[in-house]
Ligand binder design. Structure first.
Ligand code: ATP
Length: 634
């Protein structure tokens, strides 16, 4: 019903971009409905029966006027009157069944599509999510998928029902009195043409309204979440945000008003048409009755049938606009479904061979986020199993990017990253990520209990294991003080935990996962001496026995590192341990003086504490990292 030339060619699905309707796309949509074809057949049957039943009242009216009244037959009159109630009642009952079936079909198609879309979005890489607005992804997953229900209930059902209503009505009219039937159709082209034009314009306005609505949602999303809200308050930008919001809100209102008014004009036009039709029928039909060529009952039945003629006409005039909207909906969903994950398992991918040693090598690695803008250039370095390598360098040098390439959050654009002699692109993502743990600067916590957040790392972990991890991460005291211990919910984005506590929770999470390799992006935030000490002491068990690549922000970490790899503008500029690099007097020596030494000399007053003392001792002895970290646990 949706095929053929009707949808052929270019149409304006979205105002900003035309939608190309192809046979392949229609087939693809049909495939989602295929599993529910039985329900579909039932719906079509019901629609056909309802269309037939709808004709009955007109026939009954004719019988009342032409038979029951002239023959003065009260019993027949009663039966006919009963029929006039029974027919719509039967139609209504069938309508209920049809709504039920429609809901079944649409909800199941939505269920399937939403699942498919969610699973697919999960398979996409970080690159996809840094490139789109979160709100937009949510909108497609929610609104566009929900729109499918309208597609089923309105577009598909209506494009089945209205032609059936129309055809059955025209056939009956032609059968009753062909001249009057033709006359009824005279006003049709005028009504159709105007309804269609107005419908298209209205569709455009609705799209504009949707875009404005999306802009408005974006502002709300940006300013009414915790971080955005804090930013707004901190910079006292409420007034600016209000102006922005009110402006967009006004644009939305204007479009809505225009859209509503347009609909009003269409209704007025149709009202005139609806008045014109019966007037013509009475005029000409009246003459036919007077001249004895037609019965009065037929005339009245005709008038009754007129509504069934003009209603479907105006609906059909806009059905293609509706259909375009529906297709645009599918198009937006398909656009996401067709986005290929740029990081995926190779066809011949194998798990990392056991036992995993954790030997990481970067071979001449190049990387670009944006084509043509190299962020890493010929980066080579090696991390022996169990070693701690600290990445240091000025901001924007590419340290975080290096860490992204190990668990394949992104793929290299040149060279290769190897783990135990295997290119990471040749091993399965699952096994790779199983063996690489990541502690990021910002700790994300789900809105769930402490236990649930911890168990996310290893769903099978026992309570004892969870407790052990928390002891090692120096989190046990914090949890003991919580109102419900491990069952205390941590609020929206873990907001009720302090920064230091969140970091330790992140450490406990990775301890539970127990990966062979660890990527650690140390938090830059200044912490008080006690928290600092706690975190350092939590890092000890985290790092011990694991190959670790750390973006170092703490003195203790650079001192403990087996090797420091110094980055500058995407290049490795120095490699060596702390003492060697200090002797060299290069970039690291400078960085050390600016970034790390102040921690030592007590430039931060809070560090004039046992922790700092412990580190002072170690600074003259940049020994093995275990010792270094142990020292910092004081
Ligand atoms: P910092 O210590 O400040 O975190 P960094 O050394 O970790 O810095 P990276 O985050 O790796 O530096 O960034 C390296 C370069 O890549 C920077 O110039 C940054 O602007 C750019 N960059 C980072 N992420 C993206 C992205 N998603 N798209 C485009 N460019 C990016």
């Amino acid at each position: 019903m949706m095929g053929g030339g009707f949808f052929g060619g270019w149409h304006r699905g979205r105002q900003d971009r035309p939608t190309r309707i192809t046979r392949a796309m229609l087939l693809r949509i049909t495939r989602y409905f295929e599993p529910y074809w039985r329900e579909g057949v039932l719906v079509i049957t019901i629609v056909a029966v309802v269309a037939g039943i709808g004709l009955v009242p007109a026939l009954l009216i004719r019988a009342v006027v032409d038979v029951a009244i002239p023959q003065a037959d009260p019993l027949l009159l009663a039966y006919l009157a009963l029929g006039m109630v029974a027919a719509p009642a039967a139609g209504g009952l069938l309508g209920v069944a049809q709504t039920y079936l429609n809901a079944q079909i649409s909800q199941r198609v939505m269920f399937d599509l939403r699942n498919q879309l969610y699973v697919h979005l999960q398979s996409l890489s970080l690159r996809f999510f840094t490139g789109v607005k979160t709100g937009e992804v949510m909108s497609r997953l929610n609104n566009d998928v929900s729109g499918i229900s309208r597609v089923v209930n309105e577009t598909i059902t209506q494009s089945l029902m209205q032609p059936l209503l129309l055809i059955s009505t025209v056939i009956l009219m032609l059968g009753m009195e062909w001249r009057l039937a033709l006359l009824s159709l005279v006003v049709v082209p005028v009504a159709l043409g105007s309804a269609r034009r107005v419908g298209e314009r209205r569709f455009e306005l609705q799209h504009e309204a949707q875009r404005k609505q999306a802009d408005l949602s974006a502002i709300m999303q940006e300013t009414l979440n915790i971080s955005g809200f804090l930013l707004m308050k901190a910079f006292a930008r409420e007034a600016y945000e209000q102006v922005r919001f009110v402006g967009k809100n006004r644009e939305l209102m204007d479009v809505q008003v225009r859209s509503n008014m347009l609909g009003r004009w269409l209704r007025m036009l149709l009202q005139v048409m609806e008045a014109l039709g019966p007037a013509l029928i009475y005029l000409v039909g009246g003459h036919l009755v007077l001249s004895g060529q037609m019965t009065l009952g037929t005339l009245i039945a005709f008038i009754a049938l007129l509504n069934r003629l003009y209603g479907p006409m105006s609906q059909l005039a806009n059905i293609h606009v509706e259909a375009m909207g529906s297709l645009a909906l599918f198009e937006r969903i398909f656009e996401y479904l067709d986005t290929q994950p740029d990081v995926a398992d190779a066809i011949d991918a194998r798990p990392i061979p056991a036992p995993v040693r954790g030997h990481i090598v970067f071979h001449e690695v190049d990387f670009e986020y944006v084509p043509g803008r190299r962020v890493l250039d010929g980066v080579s370095f090696e991390v022996e199993p169990g070693q701690l390598v600290a990445l240091v360098g000025p901001s924007g040098a590419g340290k975080t990017t290096v860490t992204y390439l190990i668990p394949r959050f992104y793929d290299v654009t040149g060279g290769r990253v190897e783990i135990d002699g295997k290119d990471v692109r040749k091993v399965t993502l699952r096994s790779l990520r199983e063996h690489v743990g990541v502690v990021t600067q910002e700790t994300y916590l789900f809105n769930a209990t402490v236990r649930e957040n911890l168990r996310y790392a290893r769903p099978g972990a026992t309570d004892e294991e969870i407790e052990r991890a928390c002891v090692a991460a120096r989190l046990d005291d914090v949890i003991a003080q919580m109102p419900d211990g491990f069952d205390t919910p941590v609020g929206e984005r873990g907001y009720r935990l302090s920064g230091g506590e969140k970091q330790r929770l992140a450490i406990a999470r990775v301890l539970l996962k127990d990966p062979r390799m660890l990527v650690l992006d140390e938090a830059t935030s200044s912490l008080d001496s006690q928290t600092e000490a706690q975190i350092q002491s939590a890092l000890g068990p985290l790092i011990t026995g694991r190959t670790t690549i750390a973006i170092a922000h703490r003195l203790s970490t650079v001192l403990a590192a087996d090797t420091l790899v110094v980055f500058d503008r995407g290049h490795v500029v120095e490699v060596g341990n702390h003492a060697q690099l200090i002797d060299r007097g290069g970039l690291y020596a400078q960085l050390y003086n600016i970034q790390f030494k102040p921690q030592l000399t007590g430039a931060r007053p809070s560090l004039a504490s046992p922790t700092a003392d412990g580190l002072t001792e170690r600074s003259s002895d940049p020994a093995s990292r275990d010792q270094g970290l142990a020292a910092s646990t004081v």
